[in-house]
Design a protein around this ligand. Structure first.
Ligand code: SF4
Length: 105
C-alpha cells in the first residue's frame, strides 16, 4: 500500500512539474533572430576566437546586431567562401525596418 501511494505521489509530482516547465517554456520563450544562425553557418565555424568574440555564434550575433561591421576580423575566413555569402545573405534579408545590415570586408 505504501509503495502504491509513493508511486501515485511521484506520478502526480511528475505531471505537475512537467506542466510547470511547459508553461514556463512558453512564457519565457525568447525569439532569436534567425539571421544569426544563418550568418553563423556561413562563418568557418572553427570557434577559434581570433575575431575577438567567444566563438562563431557570438561573431554572427555581433554582425547581425550591427556591433561588428568588419568581416575580416574573422582571420580564417575567406572572401569567396565566407564573406561574400554573408554579405549576399544580409543584403537579401534586411532588418525589420527595411534597413540593411552594415557589413564590409
Ligand atoms: S575568427 Fe572566425 S572562425 Fe574564429 S571564432 Fe571568430 S568567426 Fe569563428
Amino acid at each position: 500500500m505504501d509503495i502504491l501511494l509513493s508511486i501515485v505521489v511521484l506520478l502526480g509530482l511528475g505531471v505537475i512539474l512537467g506542466f510547470g516547465l511547459a508553461v514556463a517554456a512558453k512564457i519565457l520563450y525568447v525569439k532569436e533572430d534567425e539571421r544569426i544562425a544563418e550568418v553563423a553557418k556561413r562563418l568557418p565555424n572553427y570557434n577559434c576566437g581570433s575575431c575577438g568574440y567567444a566563438g562563431c555564434n557570438a561573431m554572427a550575433e555581433a554582425i547581425v546586431t550591427g556591433k561588428e561591421q568588419s568581416l575580416k576580423k574573422c582571420k580564417p575566413g575567406k572572401e569567396e567562401t565566407n564573406f561574400n555569402p554573408i554579405i549576399q545573405y544580409l543584403n537579401e534579408h534586411p532588418n525589420d525596418d527595411g534597413s540593411k545590415v552594415n557589413v564590409h570586408l
